[in-house]
Design a protein around this ligand. Structure first.
Ligand code: DGJ
Length: 326
């Protein structure tokens, strides 16, 4: 039985698992994160049942490092086909509505990944319980990995991977419960990847200094690859060329993007790259690879840190870049 190292509580140690308040391995896989009511809330895939659905686990933290489990925000339900045990449900992402209620968007799948739908659930509070509503193929399109983004004016977007047709950004309705229109579509750079042409997956969108940064990975299943970033002055694009976010050949320090968190502090605004280092045959123990992300002037860059923290009040990162483990 391999030994899975845990990060010391209160620190972020990329490649090491977070433990919750009980010492259990936090299930922060494919996670969505929002800062709500003074805490960071995280909704992750609970991989207790391997690749198939056990529930969406919810955690909160004051500092992105000290996680408290709130149990399942959405539980597998044998009576609801989309979220029944044996199905695959990935990348839970939550947005908050103007009235304070929360909407969870989900990748609803079958074990052979042929279902490819976008699902919705709602709750009165961040930690749930969430009530599952329904799923659809947005505008008739295949929808696998998703990300979400809410602009300063409250407009919600869902980012969704549609294989050879690319990565779509859809604008959501004001209540966040419906897809209104595709505002832009991006494709992989011609020739960038031998398996292409196709789009990006594990999409994340973040706004910094008035510019939108779109981050995603190539489509290589549970294997990692060099994730990239493109920029635009609007979610409608046009998007720039794509550029690596980590030293090429490191496969993004062996991780795949899940979300980019913005920490708005009194001294600075920082960004946190939140990625997964999947272990295909032991998804439960897939480690978080979370790193400070330097974003500005159209660039987004990760540098390896063995261990680091972020002050949620000031926004200042503590910890020095170091050589990644060989
Ligand atoms: C890559 C995706 O990013 C993951 O979320 C998961 O769907 C795997 N593919 C499944 O192979």
């Amino acid at each position: 039985m391999p030994v899975y190292p845990l990060a010391p509580r209160g620190t972020i140690a990329p490649g090491k698992l977070f433990a919750d308040q009980h010492g259990a391995v936090a299930q922060l896989h494919g996670v969505g994160i929002q800062h709500l009511d003074g805490l960071f809330y995280a909704w992750g895939e609970d991989k207790s049942a391997g690749a198939t659905f056990a529930g969406v686990a919810c955690y909160s933290s004051p500092d992105l490092a000290t996680w408290t489990s709130h149990g399942h925000a959405l539980t597998a339900d044998p009576g609801v086909p989309d979220i029944a045990p044996g199905r695959v449900v990935e990348r839970p992402k939550v947005l908050r509505r103007a009235d304070g209620t929360c909407v969870m968007l989900l990748h609803i799948e079958s074990p052979d990944y042929s279902c490819a739908r976008l699902g919705w659930a709602v709750s009165d509070q961040p930690a749930g319980p969430y009530r599952y509503l329904r799923s659809e193929r947005p505008k008739g399109n295949v929808s696998r990995d998703i990300g979400v983004f809410q602009d300063d004016d409250g407009t919600g977007y869902v980012l969704s991977e549609d294989r050879a047709n690319g990565l779509h950004i859809y604008r959501l309705s004001a209540d966040l419960l419906h897809v209104e229109e595709i505002v832009s579509t991006t494709l992989t750079k011609p020739g960038a990847h031998p398996a292409g042409p196709h789009g990006y997956e594990s999409p994340a969108l973040v706004k910094a200094g008035g510019l939108y940064y779109l981050v995603g990975s190539d489509l290589t299943g549970w294997s990692t690859n060099d994730n990239q970033v493109a920029t635009a002055t609007s979610p409608t694009g046009p998007w720039s060329d794509w550029a690596d976010i980590a030293p090429p050949g490191t496969a993004t320090y062996d991780s795949q993007t899940s979300v980019i968190v913005t920490v708005r502090g009194t001294q600075t605004t920082s960004h946190v790259y939140v990625g997964d280092r999947w272990i295909k045959d032991d998804l439960f123990h897939s480690a978080p690879v979370w790193l400070p992300m330097e974003i500005g002037d159209g660039r987004a860059r990760l540098r390896w840190h063995d261990s680091w923290t972020i002050n949620p009040v000031t926004g200042v990162v503590a910890g020095q870049p170091s050589a990644p483990p060989g």
